[in-house]
Design a protein around this ligand. Sequence first.
Ligand SMILES: Nc1ncnc2c1ncn2[C@@H]1O[C@H](COP(=O)(O)OP(=O)(O)OP(=O)(O)O)[C@@H](O)[C@H]1O
Ligand SMILES: [Mg+2]
Length: 411
Amino acid sequence: MKQKKSIVVGLDVGTTKVCTLIGELDADANLEIIGIGTHPSYGLKKGSVVNIEKTVNSISNSLEDAKLMAGVDFNRATIGIAGSHIYSFNSAGVVPIKGSEITDEDVDQVIAAAKAVVIPSDREVLHVIPQEFIVDNTGGIKNPVGMCGVRLEVKVHIVTGAVSLIQNLVKCVEQAGVEAEYITLQPIASSDAVLSSEEKEMGVVLVDIGGGTTDLAIWKDGSLVHSHIIPVGGNHFTNDLAVALKIPHSEAERVKLNHASVLAETINQSSHITVQGIAGSRPREISLKVIANVLGARAEELFGLIKGIVMDLNLDSEITGGYVISGGGALIESMAPLGEYLLEKPTKIGYPIPFGGMTKIMQNPQYSTVLGLLLDASKKINNIPKEEHESNLEVFNKIGDSLKGVFKGIF
Ligand SMILES: Nc1ncnc2c1ncn2[C@@H]1O[C@H](COP(=O)(O)OP(=O)(O)OP(=O)(O)O)[C@@H](O)[C@H]1O
Ligand SMILES: [Mg+2]
């Protein structure tokens, strides 16, 4: 019997939290969130798995909570990947057009030509994302099928990752009982949840400040032109506080979540809080200005790294839409004004764009990645003709093989 609804799942295995989102997709492509499960993550460092057992445990707990809330079971998910092993670059390919009109086959061939670059055997292609097609000398074409010409060129963005680290993540997800059906670069997922198509068209940098890494996705003319993972995240802010104030990490995290700002200029000189020192020592009074100075220095360094990357790529004048900061690290007070001052471009906090079933709790920059992964999972199901929207299992069987392709570089 045909079922009208499909279940889609986004799974974000982050450095500080694992989050599962379950969505229900109807035949008209309306997506409704029906389950969420968030669990602290203990087995990752800077976005990469360092302890399989702890990671599997966190994933299993998050999956269980989401399944319980949604009242459904599933065995496949779209997962996110980041970590300092990710490396991306731009490439191009050219083919002669065989017939009178460009066909899907020509497009496949030109993309294959753009992909034909030497990649070390310990690296795997995760995404090959077309930026623009050029037919003869006309550029800026998003879909060339049906156009006439003699020469087809494509510019693409290629994202690669270390095979072993990708496999570690996939292994953890599989040990938790779920197949990693698609793997998406985390800042691409966050961009889908947070940025409007106008922003991507104007030129914008999505900055996702997570716990272990800060992930960049740079968009121009509606296409991804660059992605970059910086191995500095919210945990570094916490560590700085712990070292500077000589307090335990857990106390530093509490102070950061409740009393932190990165702009000391906006803090009243007389504002103080009580902090608990390391074991045995007495509680102390600390000025909020001192805390803001410590965090402000780290934020300044991070914005400097971001600006350096954009400048090195000569993209500064291209990003008229400025910077959109997402991820849990965006929640430290005054991140946007400090960013705007240092980056010299409009800078704002990126909140996920609402859709069906999204509660207020989820409209938080911390959930950008997992919401984007869910959207990605639903788009991939949407790519299948509507008449094929049968039971989940049947749909998945049809596309199943294509995704083994994460490791074969299919985008
Ligand atoms: N209200 C808040 N104020 C300040 N910082 C916050 C707040 N909420 C969360 N954070 C910080 O955000 C970070 C976690 O962000 P997020 O949940 O996006 O990371 P993650 O996805 O687990 O990690 P990653 O993407 O690096 O793998 C932590 O460092 C946490 O301290
Ligand atoms: Mg994250």
